[in-house]
Design a protein around this ligand. Structure first.
Ligand code: SAH
Length: 243
């Protein structure tokens, strides 16, 4: 099944952009996903083809018009989740990416200027998604990020089918650190355990490193991981034994 994507944007020329290269590009050519980039301006009705206007209540910049964007959205066929990229949205997670990648595709609305008239979000079923606590100049980069995260999970896209399972966030933890040859570089050697060939020891070391790194780098993730463990029956038993 093809993962169908429609992007509503003022800059359709930005797509597929970097998603035309590497594994996403090959997957696009193989028809594993499909892309339609729609120009929002084509749905403007006045003679200046305007898509924005000054903010109600005053202030800097311009705001995208609900009527024009709704006309563009309503023209998109097919029952797929509609996402709007906005710093006011729910932060994107690997779990959400997985769920989206398992579905029929996505329609993504890319904002520009100061954002989009709020009434659009009241009048249409739209999931507001943020890619992080910083401000981009437009939603296009955010949409490319979300699409890249989904596309690599589509069947047949990643080289080794299993290479996704261990990765950061899949287990609720950051991934363990990686090493490769040369064995010695600038006086530093690859940790001995990774050269031991002892798969059980390697697995135990990786698990421990993942925990240590998550705890120090991402206390927020660690706390959530621990909460989940305590709530699961096996986790609760483990906890009691340790008390
Ligand atoms: N004035 C807005 C920011 C507008 S930035 C505010 O302060 O909330 C212009 C557009 O860039 C947004 O409409 C959105 O589509 C996109 N954008 C910027 N930062 C983003 C982020 N962190 N996640 C997703 N989209 C973002």
């Amino acid at each position: 099944m093809t993962f169908a994507t429609t992007i509503l944007t003022l800059y359709p020329e930005m797509f597929p952009g970097p998603l035309g290269a590497s594994i996403a590009g090959r997957a696009l050519r193989e028809g594993r996903w499909a892309l339609e980039a729609m120009q929002i301006r084509d749905f403007a009705t006045d003679k200046h083809r305007s898509v924005d206007d000054t903010p109600a209540g005053g202030g800097a910049g311009m705001v995208m018009r609900a009527d024009v964007i709704a006309a563009a959205l309503d023209s998109v066929a097919g029952a797929r989740p509609v996402l709007a990229m906005t710093p006011r949205g729910t932060p994107l997670t690997q779990a959400r990416v997985r769920a989206l990648a398992a579905g029929p595709g996505v329609t993504i609305l890319c904002g520009r200027f100061e954002g989009i008239d709020e009434r659009l979000f009241e009048a249409r079923q739209i999931e507001q998604v943020s890619v992080g606590d910083y401000i981009l100049s437009g939603g296009e980069m955010a949409a490319l990020t979300l699409l890249d995260a989904c596309i690599r999970l589509l069947p047949g896209v990643m080289g080794a089918a299993s290479s996704g399972d261990d990765e950061s966030f899949e287990t609720g933890l950051l991934e363990y650190p990686q090493y490769t040859r040369p064995v010695e570089w600038e006086g530093r050697t690859i940790p001995e355990v990774l050269r031991s060939g002892d798969h059980a020891r390697i697995a135990a070391w990786r698990k421990q490193q993942a925990e240590v790194d998550t705890r120090s780098r991402r206390p927020d993730l660690w706390e959530r991981h621990e909460d989940a463990r305590v709530q699961s029956p096996s986790g609760a038993r483990r906890q009691n034994r340790n008390e």
